[in-house]
Design a protein around this ligand. Structure first.
Ligand SMILES: [Zn+2]
Length: 468
């Protein structure tokens, strides 16, 4: 029997891990992500639901932590096989995993201080920087469009997903128990066809089974929204009119580079006001360096722009903040400025400090730039909370909270359906929807059925499906 088991991102958006078992018992794991957004996920993050040593190979779609964030733990618990991804994904994953390990090591120090007071034993982090260093030795990179065998007799091809730098769609061909070929496509996270930076999603291979993300399966992005002008008016309003501070929580990988690209375009057009802009995230600085190293993964329009401007992510007045001391100094700064800092959902990282210091003054603005889980700090601010809890203290929300309309690294319902046109409805045996809230998935399933994809399946966590 050939089976698929959904061990994460099933009727939810984080913790992507999908397990393919071949008739001879060999196992391929696709993605190994961290569940995020709730402390209830601790159990799911420390228990895989399968034996890590039983996995023969891991295929990684992209560097976001909800897709790669548990790889060091998987390896620490006995997975010794190869990990395949694109070269850019490896570079970004290295940064992401060291950052995640660092955050966990810091968190556990705080937690253990409390536990010591309560007289309970010390807790362990999910993994350490040492575990990251060890797991990186198992990585093997394969560029887009080059076929390879993750295991003997299994063919794989990475095609462009267009979501973040290096992000891939996994196309697999293997044999069922009767020796017949099965073709499987797993989208990972899909980008937009008109992303300002990324290549559009590429043409996948034909498939019998598709595992498709569905984050925005019930939404259409506002195509008329112009991110650069929205950003400009936020800066002018907060920094020039109100003379305040504009705090922008943003993911260090992907979103921050998107923001820098738009700010750089404004600068090139002579529109950017002379207000200092700080990126307060060493991770974002390093990720921006990685993005600069892979211009071949930009879309054509951007590559043309590169001929006129050698640095599309840098301009005078932009400063990258390195140390904690420099970061803290920003809290005392009186005159207007813009600060971009991680994390995007403001549930961790330096942005929490910036929000805490600016939240009680109406002349400041917090600008949310993307999806935020409802329980996170950004999520609560976005939903209009009058008071929020930061580092154990309640703060009244006196500053303004705005949301950018147009930035998303995920395709909307049109983009997802456009991607699916690569598969003939009659030939597709099953379309599995993952990586979405259940309500959005139900809505998107109806859209798929209307296009002729009759066997849509929304597996729950732990669901096992036969592919024969
Ligand atoms: Zn992603």
């Amino acid at each position: 029997m050939t089976t698929l088991t959904f061990r994460g991102a099933a009727r939810t958006v984080t913790g992507s891990r999908h397990l393919l078992e071949l008739p001879d018992g060999r196992r391929i794991l696709m993605d190994c992500g961290l569940f995020q957004g709730s402390s209830e996920y601790l159990h799911l993050n420390s228990h895989f639901g399968f034996a890590p040593h039983s996995i023969n190979a891991l295929l990684l779609t992209h560097a976001h932590i909800d897709h790669c964030g548990l790889i060091p733990r998987l390896c620490r618990e006995g997975f010794a096989g190869p990990i395949f991804c694109t070269p850019a994904t490896r570079e970004l994953t290295r940064l992401m995993l060291y950052d995640a390990a660092h955050i966990q090591e810091e968190d556990i120090r705080h937690i253990n201080k409390l536990r010591l007071k309560q007289g309970v034993g010390a807790a362990e982090p999910l993994y350490t920087s040492g575990d990251v260093t060890r797991c990186l030795k198992q990585f093997q990179t394969v560029p887009f469009g080059e076929k390879f065998e993750p295991l003997p007799g299994v063919e794989c091809l990475f095609t462009v997903a267009g979501h973040i730098l290096g992000s891939a769609v996994i196309n697999l061909i293997f044999q069922d128990s009767k020796g017949q070929p099965i073709r499987l496509c797993y989208t990972g996270d899909l980008g937009r066809y008109n992303d300002p930076i990324m290549l559009a999603p590429g043409q996948p291979m034909p498939a019998d089974y598709v595992i498709c993300e569905s984050t925005y399966g019930d939404r259409l992005h506002d195509e008329d929204a112009d991110t650069a002008s929205e950003l400009l008016s936020e800066i002018e309003y907060t920094c020039l009119t109100k003379k305040g501070v504009l705090v922008i929580p943003a993911f260090s990988v992907g979103r921050t580079q998107g923001l820098l690209y738009h700010l750089n375009s404004l600068y090139n057009k002579g529109k950017l006001p002379s207000v200092d802009i700080f990126v307060d995230s060493p991770l974002a600085r390093e990720a921006t360096q990685v993005v600069r190293r892979f211009p071949e993964l930009y879309n054509e329009r951007l590559r043309k722009e590169l001929e006129k401007d050698a640095d599309l992510f840098g301009f005078p007045g932009l400063f990258f903040v390195e140390t904690h001391e420099e970061s803290q100094k920003l809290n005392e700064r009186k005159h207007p400025f813009v600060v971009i800092a991680g994390s995007g959902m403001a549930d961790a990282g330096r942005v929490k400090h910036h929000i805490m210091h600016r939240i009680d003054d109406r002349k400041n603005t917090i600008l949310i730039t993307g999806y935020a889980e409802p329980e996170t700090l950004a999520g609560r601010l976005k939903s209009g909370a009058k008071e929020v809890r930061i580092f154990g203290n309640e703060f009244p929300v006196r500053c303004e909270v705005h949301t950018l309309r147009s930035m998303s690294a995920h395709g909307d319902a049109h983009d997802l359906l456009r991607f699916l046109t690569a598969f003939e409805p009659k030939k597709l045996r099953r379309l599995f929807l993952v990586h979405g809230n259940y309500e959005s998935q139900l809505y998107f399933a109806d859209l798929c059925r209307a296009k002729g994809y009759t066997s849509v399946d929304i597996p729950s966590l732990g669901a096992v499906r036969s592919l024969e």
